[in-house]
Design a protein around this ligand. Sequence first.
Ligand code: PLP
Length: 444
Amino acid sequence: MHRSNLIKPLLDSTYPVATKGEGIYLYDDSGKKYIDGCSGAVTANLGHGNEVIIEAISQQLKKVAFTYRSQFTNEPAEKLAELLCKMTGELYPWTFLVNSGSEAIETAIKLAIQHWQEKGRPQKNKIISRWISYHGITNGALSVSGHPIRREKFLNMLGESSMIEAPYCYRCPFGKAFPECGLQCARQLDTILGRIGSDQIAAFIAEPIIGAAGAAITPPEGYYELIKEICDRHNILLISDEVMTGCFRTGKMLASDHWEVRPDIICLGKGLGAGYTPIGAVIVTDEIIDPILKGSNIIMSGHTMSANPLSAAGALAVLEILSSEQSVESITEKITYFHNLIDQLKGKFDFIGDIRGKGLLIGIEFVQNRALKTPYPRGAQFTETLIKTAKNNGLLLYPASSGTDGRNGDAIILSPPLITTEDEMDEMYRLLVKSFEAMEATLS
Ligand code: PLP
């Protein structure tokens, strides 16, 4: 390896060099065109090369590129906080800006713990999370992530976290079926809180729809309402990780809005900057901040680049576009069209076990035997081969864990930019079918 080599996540891989982005398309240096069928990592929600966002960032760059959060605030950061508050029903008047989803999770955990400390309850400092979850790659975020492969190399550095089962109806961890199950997966939170004692617990954290670890696992009706009721009854906070699901990815500003659940702390990332600038945010209610304001009056977290003006200007432009009525209406129409299209795949390919998700966040889980739901052995490399085949065909897909045991099983996420037209969805569908047919041929 030459010292000048860029270290890539997969050391043996040779990635093409991306040279241009336009709408839902990316181009490499050989001129090959790719449909961004997953918005990168469910991030480029407004596609590539959006002139309005580019102009907003350029204008801010000319005014002031950097201010340090302990010396100044800045215009785009203040406006962004205001707009976030407006777009979340004025329930979250406090915004803390960071640079990534992982940083948002770290901050949310710290805020939850600090909230209880300032209320004179320092022993309430543990977090409960779920298996089949991913909250980020930094150590605090990974400590609460139920993602065995991403955890295993660093177990010695991770904090203790109790985890409950996920609402994974396709393979119910309790071997039951909804609604007869009585939402046992949610009630497990009640049981564990009873055992540990909620006087030890600061918060429960969950992704409203499970992304990377479960390929858009979507809970059954009543799940989140029950989770919130349990959190309230035990006096613990609910942290909603909306890093992947937030900012209209599922058709609403927050995925929590689908169930009208109001978490205490919400984390945003990915789609907030839509890939134009690195940014994440933690938004919280007055109730969470009040004891801190009346107490130490300082949030014991932050980064040099927190509330960076360029990042904020990009995110502000993104949210201004998304908050317009036409945007919301057009996203809603596209969602129905896309779901109808993708649902047809199940009848065409036997290796599709489950199609799930909400809005433009769709997961497809693959199985060797549909009736028995048998996963392919990991050695078969189903997902890896599919991703490569699709990329060769000019379609980018996001590999996700299927949720089985975090190691075996195969799944992908389809999450095209929210600007994708119906014609472009048709084009994406044709490339998907072509790639699935190639997989079928290799399996037979
Ligand atoms: N939370 C969720 C739900 C995510 O999907 C991710 C990233 O995939 C993160 C947190 C971490 O975000 P980032 O990669 O920006 O640090």
